[in-house]
Design a protein around this ligand. Sequence first.
Ligand SMILES: N[C@@H](CCC(=O)N[C@@H](CS)C(=O)NCC(=O)O)C(=O)O
Length: 246
Amino acid sequence: MPIAEKVTLHALPPSHPCKTVGAALDYKGIEYEWVNLDFGKHNEQIAELYGEGKTRVPGLTVGEERIHGSTNILKRLEELAPENPLYPEGIAEQVREAELWGDGDLQDFGRRIPWGALYFRPEKLGRMNGIDELDPAGTDFAMKFTRSTWKYHNISSVQLAEDLERLPGMVDEIDAMAEQGLLDGEYPTAADFQIGASVWVIATISDVRPVFDGSAAIRVAERHFGEVPELVPAGAYPASWIKLRG
Ligand SMILES: N[C@@H](CCC(=O)N[C@@H](CS)C(=O)NCC(=O)O)C(=O)O
């Protein structure tokens, strides 16, 4: 309990950057409360807590201090509680770069690839809440909801096919980071938590699971976030969209 003040993580349950922050807090041994915001009202709630223009999770309050965004939070946690370093001496800058890389396209893939697949298998949306298969009325709701996520995240089939084509190269890049000792080492770094959370959520889509076979990416995902469950069974995406590593 290296921080004396009350620490609260404002989150939405399935959000991968929120999982990143939760894992970093756990690693630092910081006691905190995970508060799920009300989906639909969360944008207003975040703006109220963290200031105008801030609408997304995660946010972290430490006493009166308010920190918004996963990469800002991890950086601040390191200052507040230096033990169990997220940015180890000697490789701190490279780890930060790897973390920021993970906060880019990979984090977006963590939104587009699952929502993309659920559009083709909407009856599986209930798996996010422990329901294996929605009934027909639930599936009607899921179809509408999934369509709204495509609009919100600018998802299209063209974009998805492009993402799936780029994914193997990104998994290779993560392997290269591991070889440089930036993640997947004896002790986790900020890059483990940032990259691992996105990989975990992407790997819930069984069509892409083989892309991660034997990779550092899936090792860090499962080590820090637990065994990856199946959200959407294989066969959701047209087979020709899936590209494996070379
Ligand atoms: N890069 C930001 C991403 C924040 C973000 O996009 N959060 C999503 C959840 S993964 C969110 O708040 N979505 C709800 C919304 O956009 O209304 C971070 O890592 O903090």
